[in-house]
Design a protein around this ligand. Structure first.
Ligand code: F6P
Ligand code: MN
Length: 330
């Protein structure tokens, strides 16, 4: 018999694995993802393709869907009574729960539409979220600077041939597939596990000349295949949406990398710690994998800024350990 998301969350509350505020929050994210999914799947028919004509705080040009998804996300969670505040890739500063709604005990941080460059070509995109306990008192940007290790839940929704909600509240990783006829999310995978070794990597190779020595050396050895020092052949994938890369790693293993490069030497990497690297690292570790900056676990970083960037190496445990070895050696 199929298990719906509501059944799954209700059972988790009954078993004291999560409280009802967290259940309501995950449920609200699932609900709002159906609205984003509706826009995504209708594309040009819904008039949501193309540029918004604005830039976000990171100086990136916003797509219409970035802005629309952000609005859907905010209005989808602010009323729940579960959140004290929200922070997003698409908002310069955090948003305190408006006073007409009950203040909840959690903070939610999100990337409403990840992989924006895929929107207009009908390739996979997603929504990423991270939930932590809210500190007492007034909520400011600083309230969100909580190490990833302290997340109480994290997940993503992937919009692709299938729409899949993946999350963890610290008791393993589960995946739900949206039945678009009934509108129900149905449990389709439990106890997701990433094999410790792999023969598949993902990195944007066009940046090779910009990488630092350890990453150049490591990828050179991956490409050398069976005859090189690693003694095996590797395959490569690049979807250009972190959600899709992490989903692949969770489904069949691999390593995904977005290292520092010298195109913008002042930035530690491309991906953002609070609403990309941390939630994904939480899922990867929950599935038995590892997530590192190359020098240590991403989840142990003390965040310094809301929109901080970080180098990311995540996936198969032994492969991530190997990347750390290269960082020590070179
Ligand atoms: O959010 C940033 C992002 O879109 C990720 O989803 C993705 O992994 C990466 O950027 C793609 O980068 P590139 O433009 O180098 O392919
Ligand atoms: Mn993103």
């Amino acid at each position: 018999m199929s298990i719906t998301l509501s059944q799954y969350l209700t059972t988790a509350v009954q078993n004291n694995l999560i409280d009802s505020e967290l259940s309501a929050l995950i449920s609200a994210v699932a609900q709002l993802s159906k609205d984003i999914n509706d826009k995504v799947t209708h594309g040009a028919l819904a008039g949501v393709l193309g540029m918004a004509g604005t830039d976000n705080v990171q100086g990136e040009h916003q797509k219409k869907l970035d802005v629309i998804s952000n609005e859907i996300f905010v209005s989808g969670v602010e009323w729940t009574g579960s959140v004290a505040g929200m922070a997003s890739e698409e908002m310069d500063d955090c948003l305190v729960t408006p006073s007409q709604f009950k203040r909840g005990k959690y903070l939610i941080t999100f990337d409403p539409l990840d992989g924006s460059s895929n929107i207009d070509i009908n390739a996979p995109i997603g929504t990423i979220f991270s939930i932590t306990k809210a500190p007492e008192g007034e909520i400011t940007n600083e309230s969100f600077l909580i190490p990833g290790r302290q997340q109480v839940a994290a997940g993503y929704v992937m919009y692709s041939p299938q729409t899949i909600l993946t999350f963890s509240f610290g008791k393993g990783v589960v995946m739900f597939t949206l039945n678009m006829n009934t509108g129900n999310y149905i449990l389709t995978k439990e106890n997701v596990q990433i094999p410790a070794t792999t023969e598949e990597f993902a990195i944007n190779m066009s940046n090779m000349r910009h990488w630092a020595a350890p990453v150049k050396e490591y990828v050179k050895d991956l490409l050398a295949g069976k005859d090189g020092p690693l003694g095996k052949n590797y395959n490569m994938r690049w979807v250009a949406a972190m959600v899709a890369e992490v989903h692949r790693v969770l489904c069949r293993g691999g390593i995904f990398m977005y290292p520092w490069d010298n195109r913008k030497p002042e930035q530690p990497g491309k991906l953002r710690l609070m609403y990309e690297a941390n939630p994904m690292s939480f899922l990867i570790e929950q599935a038995g994998g590892a997530a590192s900056t190359g020098k240590g676990a991403i989840l142990d970083l003390q965040p310094e800024k809301l929109h901080q960037r970080v180098p990311v190496f995540l996936g198969a445990k032994e492969e991530v350990a190997r990347v750390e070895e290269y960082h020590k050696k070179f």
